[in-house]
Design a protein around this ligand. Structure first.
Ligand SMILES: [Cu+2]
Length: 471
């Protein structure tokens, strides 16, 4: 044991005094393998091989970190390191993450578990990992400088704590936090209830909301950006690169997300009203779960909602801030709605080669436009549905509910086949140059009359003023 290691384990370990804690430190002598992932593809759920049963989560475009049981301890190994992450086909980002990806793998365990998490630092600077939302001994809280020394490059630190409650948590650095989070360092941490029947669902989807500012044609995020991000992501992916949420009709479905961007996101799902069942602090008591169709998640918060997937279809799910459903190339486009650009565009192209105006009729046409783009960027909105371009980017995906899927089959079932007569359709009756218009009903009030009745200026007020004031 080296001096620095003794210093780290030191008197604090003895103060914990529990016999299993002490023996735990001896067992920690051998370092578990650190699995790594090279794909941005959703991996199948990781079922528990021992201990209490639970329905494992699936991480959109991600995976769950395998662990090993070592005596009383569940051992995980995270490696903080530079990674290359595909944000969507056509664009890769050079980020920092864990075990080969950004975000890092999801950690899953059970309430009451003793977890030992090895963190190896392969970054060029110090790091530390904070277990966001977990109730744990102060010295395991992962705030570099405050609750522990920073983890220097090349070193491995060990975190040990008991999972005091089930729920939805995150992990992220607390060491040069602004840079490391802007570079994509974060992960999800799910703790399942000890009782397998408690809060059980059939499908449990998780994702983190994160954002990057990556100039078109470049690969590394601008870490000093405060507000003007151009890539709004779920798990470091943007539409059309985000996995669909596939559910079997009748399944009870949970969707959990945490927000590590610098603004709030109202997450809206079509086709259903759902119940908000989990917040940062834990589960909402069943009688107090509240109905919503959009749930806002503030910075640093986690939310979980649940619904029974009883209506088949392809239901959109997205952030309702409309600028968060667009990708990089939309951000510098000027507004020319209503302007005839036929004459101006060629002139502008002479002084600004590659100049491309926003459509005179809105931006929708850009969804289907084959635009010449710099290498390594994404058009503002792209991705096709069965009826054409969806004209979205960023924080957008589709909840695909289908009858007859196998339990735990998450494969894309293709586009929804709508029953005959259930799709909005074009009017094919009499076509007129102008649609027949009816006049509005006459309210009998003109604008000037309306202003004249402003009660603050009513001339009758002084005439009535009796001097009794209000009673
Ligand atoms: Cu948003």
């Amino acid at each position: 044991m080296t001096v620095s290691r003794r210093g780290f384990l030191g008197a604090g370990g003895l103060a914990l005094a529990g016999a299993s804690m002490i023996s735990g430190r001896t067992q920690a002598a051998s370092l578990p393998e650190a699995p790594t992932m090279t794909e941005a593809t959703m991996q199948p759920p990781l079922y528990p091989k021992s201990g209490p049963d639970y329905q494992p989560v699936v991480t959109l475009n991600g995976w769950t970190l395998p662990w090993r049981q070592n005596g009383d301890w569940k051992e995980f190994h995270l490696v903080a390191e530079p990674v290359v992450r595909e944000l969507a086909p056509g664009m890769k980002a050079h980020l920092w993450g864990y075990n080969g990806q950004s975000p890092g793998p999801t950690i899953e365990a059970v309430e009451g578990d003793r977890v030992r998490i090895f963190v190896t630092n392969k970054l060029p600077e110090n790091t530390a990992v904070h277990w966001h939302g977990q109730l744990l001994p102060n010295g395991m809280d992962g705030v570099g400088g405050l609750t522990q020394p920073h983890i220097p490059p090349g070193r491995t630190f060990v975190y040990e704590f008991i999972l005091r409650k089930s729920g939805t948590f995150m992990y992220h650095p607390h060491s040069d936090e602004m840079v490391q989070m802007a570079m994509g360092m974060m992960g999800f941490f799910v703790v399942h209830p000890r009782d397998p029947a408690e809060r059980r669902v059939d499908r449990d989807f998780v994702f983190l909301l994160n954002a990057f500012d990556i100039e078109a044609g470049s690969y590394v995020p601008n870490v000093n950006e405060m507000t003007d991000f151009n890539l709004w992501c779920w798990n470091s992916r943007v539409f059309p690169g985000i996995d669909h949420l596939v559910a079997r009709q009748g399944d009870k479905v949970r969707v959990r997300f945490g927000n590590l961007t610098m603004t709030n996101h109202p997450i809206h799902m079509h086709g259903y009203d759902f119940k908000v069942t989990g917040t940062d602090g834990g589960w909402v008591p069943e009688g107090a779960a509240w109905p919503e169709v959009s749930v806002d998640v503030a910075v640093g918060q986690m939310r979980a909602f649940e619904f029974v997937a009883d209506v088949p279809g392809d239901w959109a799910i997205h952030c309702h801030k409309s600028h968060h459903t667009m990708n990089a190339m939309g951000h510098d486009v000027r507004n020319y709605i209503g302007v005839n650009m036929k004459k101006t565009t060629p002139a502008l192209k002479k002084i600004a080669p590659g100049y491309m105006p926003m459509g005179s009729n809105g931006m929708g046409e850009m969804g289907s436009m084959e635009m010449p783009l710099p290498d390594n960027t994404l058009p503002m909105m792209t991705g096709y549905g069965q009826f054409g371009p969806i004209e979205m980017g960023g924080m957008f995906s589709v909840v695909k509910v289908r009858p007859g899927l196998d339990a735990n089959d998450y494969k894309d079932p293709g586009w929804y086949k709508h029953p005959e007569g259930t799709v909005a359709y074009e009017w094919t009756g009499e076509q007129l140059a102008e649609p027949a218009r009816a006049t509005s009903p006459d309210s009998g009030v003109t604008a000037t009359e309306f202003r004249a009745k402003d009660p603050r200026k009513r001339p009758t007020r002084t005439a009535q003023g009796g001097g009794h004031g209000n009673h």
